[in-house]
Ligand binder design. Structure first.
Ligand code: TIU
Length: 230
């Protein structure tokens, strides 16, 4: 009988078995977190996303100690951009005001070609590099389930529950959590370990997840989780 843990969460406690739970670290890439990366070039504020690195480190360390399965994701594209939907390219430069100068996916920035696999900016920040045995999922979309092998890899490990963190709250974090919920995974987002480019979005994004008795899942604070896993 597997050990069950109970974590204080909204809208009610999240009960999970560590043997069937994975930590999902979403897109903690240089392109989203560091100056002159894709996120900042597109107008994102780096303050909150950079402040999330330390809480994500604590969470990752704690999940490693508790021997949870660890999955990391990276958003990005093949060098020929053949896996990049045209909408993703077109809308970045849709405004005539920006069309002249704004760099887009595949253009060369200070950390290599933006959001292109194999480039320095596309990789995960030094502090959060995956360890051997952890799973790395390269995804072309915002959600981690579209055009990736994550579903099979979660099933292969008999994962039923997900702890989700990373950037950005409004974009890839929320999209992935919603995709996972539709596929039957019980999801819990970790409040201090996710952040986005617009401060006003974080609270409503997290509220929508746990609203209505857990419309898409659960939201928990970091400290109780660290204590639960210890
Ligand atoms: N990882 C992620 O959220 N990718 C984005 O494109 N985020 C934005 O907020 N644009």
């Amino acid at each position: 009988h597997p050990m069950m843990l109970t974590l204080d969460a909204k809208p009610y406690p999240f009960v999970f078995s560590p043997a069937h739970t994975a930590l999902l670290v979403i897109d903690m890439q240089r392109d989203f977190l560091l100056p002159n990366g894709f996120g900042e070039i597109q107008g994102g504020s780096l303050e909150a996303v950079q402040a999330s690195i330390s809480p994500v480190m604590s969470l990752l360390h704690s999940c490693r100690q508790a021997r949870l399965a660890i999955f990391h994701t990276r958003e990005g594209h093949k060098p020929d951009l053949s896996d990049c939907p045209s909408s993703k390219l077109i809308r970045q430069n849709g405004s005539p005001k920006n069309a002249q100068h704004l760099k887009v996916i595949g253009d060369t920035g200070e950390m290599g070609r933006l959001l292109v696999r194999g480039e320095r900016g596309h990789d995960i920040v030094d502090e959060l590099q995956p360890l051997p045995g952890e799973i790395l999922i390269d995804k072309p979309g915002k959600g981690a389930f579209w055009n990736t092998a994550i579903m099979e890899k979660l099933k292969a490990k008999a994962i039923t529950h997900l702890l989700i963190c990373g950037v950005t709250t409004e974009c890839c974090f929320a999209t992935t959590l919603r995709e996972a919920n539709d596929r039957g995974f019980e999801c819990c987002g970790i409040e201090e370990a996710t952040a986005g480019y617009n401060d006003s979005f974080k609270c409503p994004t997290l509220d929508m997840i746990h609203w209505s008795e857990g419309l898409f899942g659960f939201i928990a604070a970091l400290q109780p989780l660290l204590e639960t896993l210890a």
